[in-house]
Write a protein that binds this ligand. Structure first.
Ligand SMILES: Cc1cc2nc3c(=O)[nH]c(=O)nc-3n(C[C@H](O)[C@H](O)[C@H](O)COP(=O)(O)OP(=O)(O)OC[C@H]3O[C@@H](n4cnc5c(N)ncnc54)[C@H](O)[C@@H]3O)c2cc1C
Ligand SMILES: NC(=O)c1ccc[n+]([C@@H]2O[C@H](COP(=O)([O-])OP(=O)(O)OC[C@H]3O[C@@H](n4cnc5c(N)ncnc54)[C@H](O)[C@@H]3O)[C@@H](O)[C@H]2O)c1
Length: 477
């Protein structure tokens, strides 16, 4: 058979695949990108993930902000047109699709084939009955929503992120199963647009990756917006088109109204039909066995994006791709390191988290101090009405010179937290001390100086009476 040869084959055109394919193309390599169909180009982020969800959330936030304007006497009547919001979502996807489609990518110089890829040997894949080989192959096949069987599911409309943006009308009573980032973001948006939302999770708190302090404050904020939580519970049965039964860990059964259900229950990695065995790629449970260079047990096959089974974010895929590109092209090989990783949950207020959390610090035996505050000392927060926002930071514990302490990790829960915390992410990864941040003058009044206020308060605590006395004497002298 006529087998085509490439420098690199990338399976999957989402955040994990596109980045490495285009990166290698920049250096003039012959790259083949494979995805199942034209509609799949851009992967989850463009088609069923970040882009539609963030557009949807944006629309819901505008509606909520408009409601707040009532405080200033603005009269708001009537309901939002749900279909117009879905249209907005589609428009935003189209903007990105202009540079994420097969035709455009081919014009850039990528070889794009639409079809399902499967390995037939160590360096060869088959797509649509044809064979393609390469020096290296990257598997970037992503993940899919985990679904569960529920008795009586046929009585109701069931959604995941894969079909939620195709919904034709807004459910009145909308049950979200799972209180991770997918559900929490979308549940708040649906609630703001008028659905009565109930979130059910078998865990004891929402957003489990966050510090309990942060998840509890966010939960209270969402409850204040009339979202109901049933935690330590699972859905037992859907009795009819209007009633579902939730069973708590204590065995209590609660009947709740239902018009539709959404499952945000975590992810399953997509390796079906890839025939990984044919390439000598070994599994570790449901994951591909990988070393710290994202290399499989076949030294010419690498994994990027969700399929790597680590952090499942578009920017984690970017991080994977930077590592792969470096290791393909440089003799100085790098290893994967999530020590300074960060993410943002785009609720309103947003939750932005970076670095190490309490458990990781304890595990590593690093002595730390926990600093925590609201934003009441930030004039920006006062003027814009978010004094109740929160900042939580872990800094190195220093016996004598607390100014030299480095920032180890933390979270901000505030409007725009994803923008506000960027400086902390840099300080964390570049090893900048709190003294260096305190030396910076922040334009007034910006909320990004909240950590400076927190550090100042902390350093003032070290100032003993004798030190103050000494300074007073010095001043007089
Ligand atoms: C609702 C939602 C909101 C999100 N919001 C954010 C956010 O705000 N920020 C963030 O960083 N992350 C967010 N994420 C996560 C982010 O979308 C994913 O981490 C990211 O898209 C994963 O990219 P990927 O390339 O690994 O996988 P995917 O984007 O899923 O791409 C995999 C591609 O591989 C193709 N494929 C699979 N098998 C084969 C095969 N055998 N042959 C050919 N092609 C194949 C698929 O068709 C698919 O196009 C969100 C996710 C969801 C669900
Ligand atoms: N803003 C962002 O960056 C963003 C947004 C959305 C998604 N994501 C990515 O997508 C990933 C997946 O998100 P997710 O929300 O699906 O998963 P998740 O793992 O974060 O949350 C799943 C939740 O479902 C609960 N659960 C599981 N089975 C259950 C059951 N049978 N009954 C009740 N509850 C059950 C779990 O306790 C957990 O709280 C995230 O970890 C994140 O990496 C990122």
């Amino acid at each position: 058979m006529n087998r085509k040869q490439f420098d690199l084959i990338v399976i999957g055109s989402g955040s994990g695949g596109l980045g490495i394919a285009l990166g290698m193309l920049e250096f003039g390599f012959k790259v083949l990108l494979v995805d199942k169909s034209a509609e799949k180009i851009g992967g989850e982020c463009l088609n069923t993930g970040c882009i539609p969800s963030k557009s949807f959330l944006h629309a819901a936030k505008i509606v909520q902000e408009a409601r707040k304007a009532r405080e200033f006497g603005l009269e708001i009547n009537g309901k939002t047109d749900f279909l117009k919001i879905l249209e907005y979502v589609k428009q935003k996807q189209e903007v990105i699709r202009e540079h994420e489609n097969a035709g455009y990518l081919r014009k850039q110089g990528l070889h794009v084939i639409l079809g399902t890829a499967k390995f037939i040997s160590e360096k060869t894949v088959e797509v649509n009955g044809k064979e393609y080989s390469a020096k290296n192959i990257v598997v970037a096949t992503g993940s899919s929503p985990r679904k569960i069987n529920i008795k009586g599911l046929e009585f109701t409309d069931c959604y995941t992120n894969e079909n939620i943006f195709e919904i034709s009308s807004q459910p009145e009573n909308f049950i979200f199963i799972g209180a991770g980032s997918i559900s929490i973001e979308l549940a708040q948006a649906f609630s703001r647009l008028g659905s009565k939302v109930i979130i059910v999770d078998r865990g004891e708190r929402i957003l489990k990756k966050e510090d309990p302090f942060i998840s509890n404050v966010l939960q209270q904020k969402l409850e204040a917006e009339d979202i109901r939580f049933i935690l330590n519970a699972e859905i037992e049965e859907i009795l009819s088109s209007s009633v579902a039964v939730i069973k708590t860990a204590e065995g209590e059964k609660i009947e709740i109204p239902i018009d539709a259900i959404f499952m945000g229950l975590g992810r399953e990695l997509n390796f079906d039909n890839l025939n990984l065995k044919a390439a000598g790629i070994e599994m570790d449970g449901n994951r591909i066995k990988l070393n710290e260079k994202l290399q499989t047990t076949n030294k010419n096959v690498f994994v990027s994006g969700d399929a790597a089974g680590n952090m499942k974010f578009s920017h984690a895929a970017e991080m994977n791709n930077m590592l792969l590109l470096n290791n393909f092209l440089s003799p100085l090989k790098k290893k994967l390191d999530f020590s300074h990783f960060s993410w943002v949950t785009f609720t309103d207020p947003e939750v932005a988290t970076f670095g190490w959390n309490k458990e990781q610090l304890k595990e590593k035996g690093i002595s730390y101090e926990r600093l925590e505050s609201d934003f009441s000392e930030s004039d920006r927060a006062v003027t814009a009405g978010f004094e109740d926002a929160k900042i939580l930071l872990f800094i190195e514990k220093k016996k004598y010179n607390s100014g030299a302490a480095k920032i180890l990790g933390g979270s901000i829960l505030a409007p725009g937290a994803g923008e506000i915390f960027q400086e902390l992410v840099l300080a964390n990864s570049a090893g900048i001390s709190i003294k260096q941040l305190m030396d910076k003058i922040y334009p007034y009044p910006t909320a990004a100086n909240m950590h400076k206020i927190l550090f100042r308060n902390r350093i003032l605590k070290d100032l003993k009476q004798w030190m103050k006395k000494f300074v007073r004497e010095f001043y007089k002298f």
